[in-house]
Ligand binder design. Structure first.
Ligand code: GUN
Length: 291
């Protein structure tokens, strides 16, 4: 079993980004600037956004955080987005999801300038990704591709099962892995809540990407020997033995699965850290395009 150390790979990506920032400074070019809009006070979203801002500092990026009350109207939020779209100093920005229920997420994501859409969620960028045209790839799938490439996991001709069809992870990673690219050429199956015989699908797969958010759902007897498992799940489960009273766990029952697999990502320390480094990579790209 080979453990895919996402923390270590993410550190390498951050170092590469920092070197690019240093080079830009030497050439008197502007430092990349990432902004984040955070609506409301959801604890998990706050933590994610704080980590993104912290990572900006580490690589020498400028960052701005726009904290908005969850009573904000759609019109006010759109006006804030327009201001950031028009601010030449900001290279890229994200609207942290989920948004409060009274706000139409699709409408909001449509207002982000595609040139600054470092999340890759605007339909223009999503469409480009689908067509295989160079663009900002959503950070989590981009991070998974980076882990696969840097671990030299072969994808060509392999049976790949993606569990989950979300717009942020399942759908885009299924598209990317089937494309005719060095990291693609897989035969991809997308499983979801209506799929039948999931165990059979898992057993037949060379690569499983799981993004369903059901803790420890995938057990050792569900997987093929030597397969590669990428666990995107991050769920808090109660654990009286932990000082915090909970622990973070993935979709995969690591104990029973790890002895059978070829490659596996741990949770935490697998896909999670990659998401932030890929967001910063997109921001650097946005900055370079606007030079
Ligand atoms: N919420 C969960 N994942 C993400 C992400 O990748 N981007 C944004 N903007 N919000 C999220």
């Amino acid at each position: 079993m080979k453990l895919i150390d996402g923390k270590n790979i993410s550190e390498k990506v951050l170092k590469e980004i920092k070197l690019s920032v240093d080079d830009r400074l030497k050439c008197n070019l502007k430092v990349p600037h990432l902004a984040a809009i955070l609506v409301g006070d959801d604890g998990a979203s706050k933590t994610y956004v704080d980590s993104k801002i912290k990572a900006c500092k580490r690589v020498g990026f400028k960052s701005s955080l726009f904290k908005l009350d969850d009573s904000i109207t759609e019109i006010e939020l759109i006006s804030q987005i327009q201001n950031i779209n028009d601010n030449d100093d900001i290279d890229g920005f994200i609207v942290q999801l989920p948004l409060p229920r009274h706000i139409d997420q699709e409408k909001i994501l449509n207002k982000v300038s595609p040139d600054k859409d470092v999340d890759g969620f605007h339909p223009n960028n999503y469409g480009k990704m689908t067509l295989g045209i160079d663009t900002f790839l959503p950070a989590t799938p981009a991070g998974i591709i980076e882990l696969i490439e840097r671990s030299e996991i072969q994808t060509e001709g392999k049976k790949c099962l993606v569990i989950g069809r979300s717009q942020i992870v399942g759908r885009p990673i299924s598209i990317l892995l089937s494309q005719n690219k060095s990291f693609g050429n897989s035969t991809v199956t997308v499983a979801h809540s209506r799929s039948k015989d999931l165990e059979k699908l898992c057993l037949e797969s060379d690569i499983i990407i799981s993004a369903i958010g059901i803790p420890e759902f995938i057990k050792g007897d569900m997987i093929k020997k030597g397969s590669s498992i990428i666990d995107v799940g991050i769920t808090r489960v109660k654990d009286p033995l932990s000082p915090k009273g909970y622990r973070i766990t993935g979709d995969v029952d690591f104990k029973s699965v790890s002895s059978k697999v070829g490659y596996i990502t741990p949770v935490p320390g697998g896909v999670g850290p990659m998401t932030i480094s890929m967001l910063l990579k997109n921001t650097l790209k946005a900055c370079e395009i606007s030079d």
